[in-house]
Design a protein around this ligand. Sequence first.
Ligand code: RM4
Ligand code: MN
Ligand code: MN
Length: 424
Amino acid sequence: MKIDKYKIEEYNQQESSKHTRKLEGLVEEIANYEEILQKLIDFQIAIPSWALGSGGTRFGRFPGGGEPRSLEEKIEDVGLLHTLNQSSGAISLHIPWDVPENYQSIKALAAQHGLAFDAMNSNTFQDQANQALSYKFGSMQHVDKAVRKQAIAHNIEVIKHGVALGSKALTVWLSDGSCFPGQLNFRKAFQRTLESLQEVYAALPSDWKMFVEYKAFEPNFYSTTVGDWGQSFLYATKLGPQAYTLVDLGHHLPNANIEQIVSLLLMEGKLGGFHFNDSKYGDDDLTAGSIKPYQLFLIFSELVEGMDARQMDHASDLGWMIDASHNVKDPLEDLLQSVEAIMIAYAQALLVDRKSLIVAQEENDVAKAQEILQTAFRTDVRPLVAEARLRANGALNPLALYRSLKVREELVKERGSKTVATGL
Ligand code: RM4
Ligand code: MN
Ligand code: MN
């Protein structure tokens, strides 16, 4: 399915006067209005190929129908999102779920939809049908060198797919760890993992980045070999300048101060990328901003402050990705909501009165500092985000238009109601 441009224009026309009215107050209030709008237009968030179908839990899976059956259809789905919001201009692939059969035609299809290929993801947390050795006791940390070699070779293959598609980064998330005390020698597991990662690192093209993603627990429940940002930072530092830490919001222990982690990683030039989602209890992979929107704003506030301190380009110097799973919502609706929540948090962070905040901090004026942050957070920036979308030829309200165009119904008609997308 494709959404015709005129449908978007028609819809925007209908909504135009309501939108203009909402925007008026903001235009007067925001001093660097045009500059902020441009930043919002430039900001793009990559969509994970594995989040386009219904996710499940270990108890069950309830697919909704019309799910993409191939890489081509996944690209089509991200194309639909991007057409609607003009902020989802990239797709992040997971291998072996998304092995392309023909690079040229996949590249051409993505280009048709205005999409780039963001970080490539390797998978050594599952055994594949045709795989010689099992990852039951880990991959890069494994006591058996042959298993480690298999995991290394897989990652190098992922890089090759990525090079052929024009991607510029590899994300390595390892489920390696242990389920019981005594199962693993932590130091040896670390060393073996480091050596394995070093071999993958050596195969990186010079213009590529490697993102080392950490996660506190699951599927291992006693220890994880890349368990927190400190461990990831250690690997990334030992690996070299092309290696960075990747922060997935759902991968922390409860109540972790993620904004502080982000700030320090940026200070050290070691923050590489992001996986956005939200959670209440664990790696819940819920819609970004659905549970803790204030935390998302505080994270963005540190991101903006830290990137500006290093004169970084907000749009291109970090990898911005969603990593989510949808058990009960239409995946495309959920992703539209996630992108919207991310854009809102980013816009609010851009509104923070930095100069006054520095003064308040230097004067230990705690109440003032809070006022400054919350003034930005409590500003309704939705018209501003909508205006950025309008200028980029997206829809004023992507979710409303998605529904009125009956996109899901169309996809079910095209693909059937019993399709299952590859992924988790
Ligand atoms: C993991 C992690 C990775 C993702 C897999 C599917 O929990 O977040 O980024 O590749 O899930
Ligand atoms: Mn992730
Ligand atoms: Mn995760």
